[in-house]
Design a protein around this ligand. Structure first.
Ligand SMILES: Cc1cc2nc3c(=O)[nH]c(=O)nc-3n(C[C@H](O)[C@H](O)[C@H](O)COP(=O)(O)OP(=O)(O)OC[C@H]3O[C@@H](n4cnc5c(N)ncnc54)[C@H](O)[C@@H]3O)c2cc1C
Length: 436
């Protein structure tokens, strides 16, 4: 099945999904829709972390930037996600060492640490109120995984000098989480979690303050590069020296060479009723975020008003399930059975992009056209970084861009026709293995 339709399949045009995040978003006035002809140094397509970070960093370097967003700023994955700012890339360091060698793995570690620091810095510098809290626990859903966590923690400490992570045996884990299902894991206090939409909206405010002209409800239909870039929406045209394509899972036909390397998938989150302080602390003692070792990961954390935000379940077609709460709730009860009687106040879905290698895809397509996508579930930090390194590359310093653009991200096998059934088959197989 083609990737088409993710941009329009599920939510009303120009409206945020019915999420806890949208309900608690920092108030922001809508931006105008593009009309007529405008000129800029750079046109950025997509108002998520990639696009907003690129736009902000370009404007700070003195470029005149226009950003076009099809719906609302932060409407895509950036306004809907689990809010976990993890350490590293989606592939862990031992996997990167095996795939790319020690030197590149070290470089990537430094980049991922820079990404985490960048997000924290941006939040501090631009005073973005986004409920930032420290700590992520990664929990083993099978006893056989526990030893791997111990070795992983030792490896990060010894090979990378990373001291903010510690191993948790079963009693240590059980003391911190109100779930009977986990057998051990690790806790990373260098990782954080946040309100993802308010982080995106904070980036948008910072970008606007730096001079970026932001347009919402301005879907790009086509672009071409005869001499300068010409980018068209239904009602307007931007002429720019550079173009940054930051549509991620929604990119679709805008950039076929990117689309062939990413697969859009949907993931879902529910928010319970708010709990009192004591109940909340029984669920997650230290208010950290939690993720687990399943292939289709379960992840959860408490909101600022002490709701449990629980994410889990994937689908591979553009349409979301009709009843998202019923789709996710059994997964939550498997992990936290004590929540059987609790009310579910919100349920929403989002589309992210994964790559074959689970490494991000950054590319310079035609001379003045840049693209970044496919963070494979780890975009809060890495997409923010990707925007910054694209800004550096546009400005003529491509050192970090070249490292990221050099990562192996093959096309999905099967061509455009067989890519979907083959991948869905593979993903369904691994999802089934979660239950074994
Ligand atoms: C449910 C869910 C949970 C997740 N959990 C986490 C997590 O806990 N931690 C983590 O690190 N990552 C997580 N992710 C992934 C993370 O959200 C993404 O990697 C990140 O937000 C990607 O940012 P982006 O700007 O590249 O894409 P997006 O945020 O998707 O933004 C792309 C934007 O481009 C716009 N667009 C697309 N096409 C056009 C067009 N033709 N014209 C104009 N605009 C266009 C879209 O409307 C959209 O707003 C999760 C994702 C989902 C969906």
């Amino acid at each position: 099945m083609p990737a088409g339709g993710f941009l329009h399949a599920n939510d009303a045009p120009g409206a945020y999904p019915p999420s806890y995040y949208a309900a608690t978003a920092t108030p922001h006035a809508p931006c105008p829709s593009l009309a007529g002809s405008v000129q800029a140094d750079v046109c950025v397509v997509g108002g998520g972390y990639t696009g907003l970070s690129a736009a902000l960093h370009l404007a700070e370097r003195g470029f005149d930037v226009v950003l076009l967003e099809a719906h609302r700023l932060g409407w895509g994955a950036s306004g809907r996600n689990g809010g976990q700012l993890n350490t590293g890339f989606r592939r862990d360091q031992p996997a990167l060492e095996a795939l790319l060698g020690q030197a590149t793995a070290q470089q990537l570690w430094q980049l991922a640490e820079a990404a985490k620091a960048l997000v924290k810095q941006l939040i501090g510098r631009h005073q973005i109120a986004c409920d930032l809290k420290p700590g992520i626990i990664d929990a083993a859903h099978r006893p056989r995984h526990v030893e791997g966590y111990r070795r992983y923690v030792e490896h990060l400490q010894q090979a990378y000098g990373y001291e903010q992570i510690r191993f948790l045996d079963r009693p240590a884990l059980q003391a911190q989480l109100g779930s009977p299902t986990y057998h051990g894991g690790c806790r990373d206090d260098g990782a954080v979690h946040l309100h993802p939409l308010n982080y995106a909206l904070g980036l948008a405010r910072a970008a606007a303050a730096a001079g970026v002209r932001l347009f919402e409800q301005s879907e790009v239909r086509r672009w071409q590069v005869p001499r300068a870039c010409r980018i068209e929406t239904a009602a307007g045209v931007v002429e720019a020296r550079y173009l940054v394509l930051a549509g991620n899972g929604y990119l679709d036909g805008l950039a076929p060479s990117v689309a062939r390397r990413i697969m859009p998938i949907n993931n879902f989150i529910i928010a319970t009723e708010p709990f009192d302080q004591a109940t909340a602390r029984q669920l997650i003692r230290d208010d950290v975020a939690v993720t687990d070792s399943r292939f289709v990961v379960n992840y959860f954390r408490l909101s600022a008003d002490r709701r449990l935000l629980f994410g889990g379940g994937e689908t591979y077609r553009s349409r979301f399930p009709a009843d998202i709460a019923s789709f996710v709730r059994p997964r939550m009860l498997q992990v936290l059975p004590q929540l059987a009687g609790c009310r579910i106040d919100y349920g929403w879905g989002g589309t992210l992009a994964i790559t074959m290698s689970r490494l991000p895809y950054l590319a310079r397509l035609a001379g003045p056209v840049f693209a970044a996508a496919g963070y494979s579930g780890q975009g809060v930090a890495i997409a923010t970084l990707a925007g910054q390194v694209i800004a550096e590359a546009v400005a003529g310093t491509a050192e970090r861009f070249d490292v990221m653009a050099g990562l192996p991200v093959p096309e999905f096998p099967g061509g455009t026709r067989l890519r979907w059934p083959l991948q869905v088959l593979a993903m369904t197989y691994y999802a089934l293995r979660d239950r074994l």
